[in-house]
Design a protein around this ligand. Structure first.
Ligand code: MG
Length: 218
């Protein structure tokens, strides 16, 4: 009899007023808390792992580029570099607001991502023509060129930006820009970016993706 009463009491305690099991509260599989995710990304950056992983990718790109240049092309070789989070870092802007947005303002001034700047100079030393292809719009051209120059990028062949007001996704306009480069007699042997959309589609012999867990560009 005592056992039956205990089971009955347990059943009452287990259910709330609306028929919900009390044990359901606090046990649902909710997504990771935003603050926890932000903290994890900050540690990924501050520990040096972020730059270390970029360097791993860039080193692979350099090994490939040297081998590709030695093979010797008849055509002019080109390398395509993305800008944001590939060549220039927006870390201060991102971290300041807990990765709240990735549509940064004009007149931003990012630091060079050191391994990428080394790859840029290495490509030039091999006689490879370097092009920047970015989702930034043409109204940012002067500021972007100044930023690139100020942090050490110089001697690039061309800078492809998007027409002001256009909304084509990167996976559409970036292949279009690479195709245009090839239409001018270059052979795109390398493309490097931080987004899959930087690298999708036409016109690159090899692609290299540096890490970016901070935002997504489709
Ligand atoms: Mg980018």
């Amino acid at each position: 009899m005592t056992r039956i009463i205990l089971i009955f009491c347990a059943a009452i305690l287990a259910y709330g007023q609306n028929g919900l099991a009390v044990s359901d509260f606090g046990t649902v599989a909710e997504p990771e808390n935003h603050a926890v995710a932000v903290d994890r990304l900050m540690r990924y950056h501050d520990s040096g792992e972020y730059e270390s992983q970029i360097r791993q990718v860039v080193n692979s790109a350099a090994v490939y580029l040297r081998e590709r240049a030695m093979r010797g092309p008849a055509e002019k070789m080109a390398a395509v570099f993305d800008i944001d989070e590939t060549s220039l870092s927006n870390w201060d802007v991102m971290a300041d607001c807990g990765f709240c947005a990735y549509k940064f303002q004009a007149k931003r001034a990012g630091e060079a991502i050191a391994p990428t700047l080394e790859l840029f100079n290495f490509a030039k030393s091999l006689g490879v023509y370097v092009f920047f292809v970015t989702g930034r719009q043409n109204k940012e051209r002067a500021d972007t060129m100044k930023n690139l120059t100020d942090v050490g990028y110089s001697g690039w062949t061309d800078l492809y930006m998007q027409t002001d007001g256009t909304t084509d996704p990167a996976r559409i306009f970036k292949p279009r820009n690479r195709r245009d480069i090839e239409s001018k007699g270059y052979r795109v042997v390398l493309s490097i970016g931080d987004q899959a959309s930087d690298l999708a589609g036409c016109c690159a012999e090899r692609v290299f993706k540096v890490p970016n867990p901070f935002y997504l560009v489709k």
